[in-house]
Design a protein around this ligand. Structure first.
Ligand code: ADP
Ligand code: MG
Length: 427
């Protein structure tokens, strides 16, 4: 079969790398892809939101399965678009439709869904500009810190945590009255603050069955010790040490199974990946958020651990037989460290030539994110540039290899965090 992956980040390079090893897949394309996906697939220069062009490409190239990497095309309805076009109906898009994508596209929708299905999560209320005064009263009786979330997609910037009531009131006003995030903040969810280690677990669903993928922890802030501005992610580790068999059982019984049951109750056949963003609140896993796709950089540590054939999983999913999938997970620890452009996540320069001396092996993998080819050279084209994933018997030995691999990557003003995974070592 022929497969088209949509996206151009590290996650899509990993998915393409994994798919390229499948005995089931003949032709593999990535749109638009990056300099890394070129090594394992054909890049196609189409924007992930240009559904018409994507559809045309799929027909012309006899694509059987489309795998959207990021949330944008899903929340904008690529699944619905393919379903409504007679010519495209037979092509399987491995992702949720627009309605099911609301689990990620609307924080309020996700919270209501969790409440309805008794899924553990932080207490909350949501407000609009009309209930602005009530919102102020609501937070005034709450202890600090305050968690304010713009309801809609806001490029990862829609969640603000405030230490003081004054700051919270100001953010509330910016979001609700000044529409700081446009229509994304016309509704604001105010949540109770939870304390604990955050981690993520992933499931892959065909609408009727699901399989659980390994968990991971990512490192979001730009600075050492998890300080400074939020980024797309500076590194990740899988597995996480407190994920014992019992804990996983708890997560499955209290969170994963009720989520899929709840989706069925709403008559939604959820196809695709579910990312459960969790927090370990004194031994109780609680949901921080859902995403309707794999995480990036989590994919860079989760997928290398999957020994099974990804093409086979996709084919089984297409036939609603994912329950027959062989789920073979490598027990070793995998870590990834991201190299980023100097200045990121604020302004940074692009077009820097990249030198990569690290070679891929069973133990060490170089994944591209913000890279592209320019006159025969690999150059930077984004904030997060190259991730080096590596295996080890434990976190320190995997990290040692990730950092060794990072030493073989060079570009002007390159930066990376040196403390990825360190907080998990003595847990
Ligand atoms: N209720 C909460 N308590 C404590 N921290 C939270 C809470 N909700 C969100 N956060 C923090 O804010 C981050 C972003 O929130 P999240 O809901 O994941 O939004 P998004 O990823 O869409 O920006 C989380 O990763 C977490 O660190
Ligand atoms: Mg999040």
């Amino acid at each position: 079969m022929n497969v088209l992956i949509l996206g151009s980040g590290g996650r899509e390079h990993v998915l393409a790398w994994k798919a390229s090893q499948s005995a089931k897949i003949d032709k593999l394309y990535v749109a638009p892809g990056n300099a890394g996906t070129l090594e394992v697939a054909d890049n196609v220069s189409i924007n992930v939101k240009d559904f018409k062009e994507i559809g045309k490409f799929c027909v012309d190239n006899k694509i059987d399965i489309v795998v959207p990497g990021s949330e944008d095309p899903l929340v904008e309805g690529i699944v619905d678009f393919f379903r409504d076009e007679p010519q495209l109906q037979s092509i399987y898009v491995f992702g949720p439709d627009k309605q099911a994508a609301q689990l990620e596209g609307s924080k309020e929708y996700a919270k209501e869904f969790m409440l309805e299905n008794d899924i553990p999560t932080a207490g909350y209320r949501s407000f609009t500009s009309e209930s602005f005064d009530e919102a102020k009263q609501y937070i005034a009786q709450k202890p600090a810190p305050y968690v304010l979330k713009a309801d809609g997609l806001a490029a990862g910037k829609g969640v603000v945590i405030c230490d003081t009531l004054d700051a919270a009131n100001q953010v509330l006003e910016e979001m609700l009255l000044d529409e700081k995030f446009g229509s994304a903040s016309s509704t604001v969810v105010i949540e109770d603050f939870l304390q604990g280690i955050e981690f993520s677990i992933f499931a892959m669903s065909d609408g009727e069955n699901y399989i659980i993928l390994p968990e991971a922890k990512d490192y979001k802030r730009i600075g050492e010790g998890d300080t400074g501005l939020n980024t797309g992610g500076m590194g990740a580790v899988s597995p996480v040490p407190f994920m014992t068999e019992d804990y996983l059982k708890k997560v499955e019984q209290e969170i994963i199974a009720p989520t899929f049951d709840g989706l069925r109750k709403r008559n939604m056949q959820f196809v695709g990946f579910v990312f459960f963003g969790l927090i370990n609140d004194n031994g109780q896993p609680k949901v921080i958020e859902y995403n309707v796709r794999m995480g990036d950089p989590e994919t860079e540590v989760v997928f290398p651990r999957i020994a099974s054939d990804f093409g086979e999983w996709l084919e089984l999913a297409k036939n609603k037989r994912l329950k027959d999938a062989n789920v073979d997970i490598r027990p070793d620890t995998c870590t990834t460290v991201f190299t980023v452009s100097g200045g990121y996540p604020e302004a940074y320069e692009k077009g820097k030539q990249i030198q990569i001396d690290t070679t891929n092996s069973d133990e060490q993998l170089v994944f591209h994110a913000g890279t592209k080819m320019s006159e025969g050279d690999i150059v930077t084209s984004g904030g997060r540039v190259i991730a080096v994933s590596a295996f080890g018997k434990n976190i320190p030995s995997a990290l040692e290899k990730s950092y060794q691999g990072v030493k073989g990557v060079q570009f002007d003003a390159m930066y990376y965090r040196t403390d990825i995974g360190k907080d998990l070592i003595n847990l």
